[in-house]
Design a protein around this ligand. Structure first.
Ligand code: UDX
Length: 437
């Protein structure tokens, strides 16, 4: 099929490359010319494992190209809308300015019989509003909403072999047309047995909001248990293993630590609360405020634990933060717990150095006043405390002996509960984890 992908960020760039991999003829479009020239040259504008190799492979076939001109969407059968929906400044609600602008500009390229497919995470009700706008300009085109569930770090795999497809479609013939088009787009993964569910627009939009809310709730649940473990001397990691063995609960997303961050979970649960408020259903989601509060509290707790580790005062203490990205295998620092803790410590008078294998550039743009050091040993040099806040392999595999040679004092906070307390303590380290004795 001929496909256009509007928006080439974390979602769109991967989607465009994966659609070409599935055999389609794809144009990826973005207003950011720098991003487009990088992608066209086969360079991913962000760190995503497997994406550079995939870009090389599909660009060589000639099936994928990138452009900064919306006119290049002309001639596509299916147009995917993949632009961002960030949190509005000073509010909980999502900012739809990129969706609205991209959609308005795309309307000039839509032709009768085309299917416009929204993938961006939007407040419920957006799809039906856009469907009305589409119907007014192009009565013979159809809108579908096909939420994206990919995880950064696994984006290529999650796009090529997702857990499920959800199609939000209108009733009747138009819906059948949209379903047929999407089935053709996703023919390969569907033929491998990926489940596909169809629903009305509102349900499809809500599936995404509900899935992210559930994941955030799971993490905050275990972090709340960590708070209780801390005051009772219990160990949240063993607790998580034990409850996780119940397959109704499951062990995934039960890692206590400094909490969730990134470009999705935090802003999506806030946007969901804001939208429910507008719809008069705010009571239904008040628990998400608690989920958010528990999550924010983890960051404050990490600052307190660090203060304890270095003897009660942060003033002038050299703190080395291992990790800036919101999670490993990503260079994304949006709402990163690691970076937010580093900035708090710096504000409270500590002398903070942050290291990360991929995210230093983005972190420096966000918090230029913090010191950054790419070399792990140099970053740890003379530290009064190490804080492991993003569980990259190189930090998980760090040995207490190697770290001891670099630091000034053997203090470590394991903000992700990924190193073995017994090993580090046996090597003379003062170890603190989250929710474990
Ligand atoms: C998430 C959803 O997983 C994905 O389906 C959706 O499309 C977008 O949002 P992503 O933001 O890439 O994906 O990250 P994810 O792997 O879900 O992790 C989110 C955050 O939760 C990270 O900061 C991670 O460190 C944290 N986390 C995750 C925990 O603190 N504990 C856990 O047990 C799991």
């Amino acid at each position: 099929m001929r496909i256009s992908v509007i928006g080439c960020g974390y979602l769109g760039a991967v989607h465009a490359a994966c659609m070409a991999k599935l055999g389609h003829e794809v144009v990826g479009i973005d207003v950011d010319e720098r991003k487009i020239s990088e992608l066209q040259a086969g360079r991913a504008p962000f760190f995503e494992p497997g994406l550079p190799e995939l870009l090389d492979e599909v660009l060589a076939t000639g099936r994928l190209k990138f452009s900064s001109s919306m006119a290049d969407a002309n001639g596509a059968d299916v147009h995917f809308l993949c632009v961002g929906t960030p949190q509005r400044k000073g509010e909980y609600a999502a900012d739809l300015k990129y969706v609205d602008a991209a959609f308005a500009s795309l309307l000039d390229s839509v032709e009768p019989g085309n299917v416009v497919v929204g993938k961006s995470t939007v407040p419920v009700g957006t799809a039906s509003r856009l469907a009305d706008e589409l119907a007014e300009r192009h009565p013979e085109a159809v809108l579908a909403w096909n939420p994206e569930f990919l995880r950064e770090g696994f984006a290529v795999k999650d796009t090529l072999t997702p857990d499920r497809f959800v199609y939000g479609i209108p009733a009747g013939e138009a819906g059948e047309k949209a379903t047929a088009a999407l089935d053709e787009v996703y023919q390969t993964p569907l033929s491998m047995g990926t489940r596909r569910l169809t629903a009305d627009y509102a349900t499809a939009e809500l599936v995404k909001a509900a899935a992210n809310s559930f994941l955030a709730t799971k993490i905050s649940f275990i972090n709340a248990m960590a708070e209780v473990c801390e005051v009772t001397g219990a160990d949240v990691t063993i607790l998580a293993d034990a409850i996780g063995l119940d397959d109704r609960i499951g062990r995934k997303f039960l890692n206590a630590g400094v909490g969730f961050g990134g470009g999705c979970l935090p802003k999506d649960i806030r946007a969901f609360m804001a939208r429910a408020g507008e719809l008069g259903a705010d009571q239904a989601l008040t628990f998400l405020k608690e989920v958010d509060d528990i999550n924010v509290r983890r960051r404050l707790r990490a600052v307190e634990l660090t203060r304890d580790l270095v003897g009660g005062s942060l003033l002038g203490k050299r703190i080395t933060v291992l990790g800036a990205a919101f999670k490993p295998n990503s260079d994304d620092v949006r709402d990163s717990p690691a970076l937010s803790i580093a900035a708090q410590l710096q504000l409270q008078g500590a002398d903070v150095t942050v290291t990360d294998p991929e995210a230093i550039e983005g972190a420096r743009r966000r918090f230029p006043e913090i010191a950054y050091e790419a070399d792990l040993t140099a970053a740890m040099s003379g530290a009064d405390a190490l804080l492991l806040l993003t569980e990259w392999d190189e930090y998980k595999n760090l040995t207490p002996e190697v770290a001891a040679k670099a630091v000034g004092s053997k203090n470590i906070l394991d903000g992700r509960n990924v190193i073995d307390p017994a090993t580090w303590r046996a090597a003379g380290w003062n170890y603190k984890g989250i929710g474990r004795p």
